[in-house]
Write a new protein. Sequence first.
Length: 185
Amino acid sequence: MTDTTYSELLETIDEFAGKLDLHEQAACLYGLIAPLLDRVEQEDEELSDEPVLSTADAVQGIRKAAAGEPTDVDAVHEQLTEVGLCYSEDQDPERHIVSQSAYASAAWLRLRTGRTLRTTRYLEGDDEDLIPPFAPSTFTQIVDLLAWTRSGQVYCHWEDATTAPEDDLPAATRELQVMHLEITT
């Protein structure tokens, strides 16, 4: 595989996603995120003094939103961004994977609702920056993050991964190829 394969796949995915309406994009992305939710749901650490929801309740809220059931999307988004932030500060790669999964889920919820959602006080205004900005659309930014997350790695921009021996660009590229097939079929 060449180094440009990852970039080319992202471009192809972005072109395909551009032909989908918002609901089709959200449905497609949920299918990619859903397998990661079980791991996030297992986290029961209290992250703030006054949580609105538990992490398990937030994951259940994402599932309800995906099913079209009513849910407090602002509260769900707030808890997921808090999980993402708190777990990303830890040096444990496994916690980073949980963080990335939570960020991808929060970004999916913003995409699905089509509006800015509530975040914790210390994240106000910054929640849009929680997913990597290296892809041309929110859809492909989420897919880019998921390629690394689903391959069990801390996110790395693909160009940086070509020179970092600790990053497994071929594994992320394989996961991106799998997601490309899931998205386009």
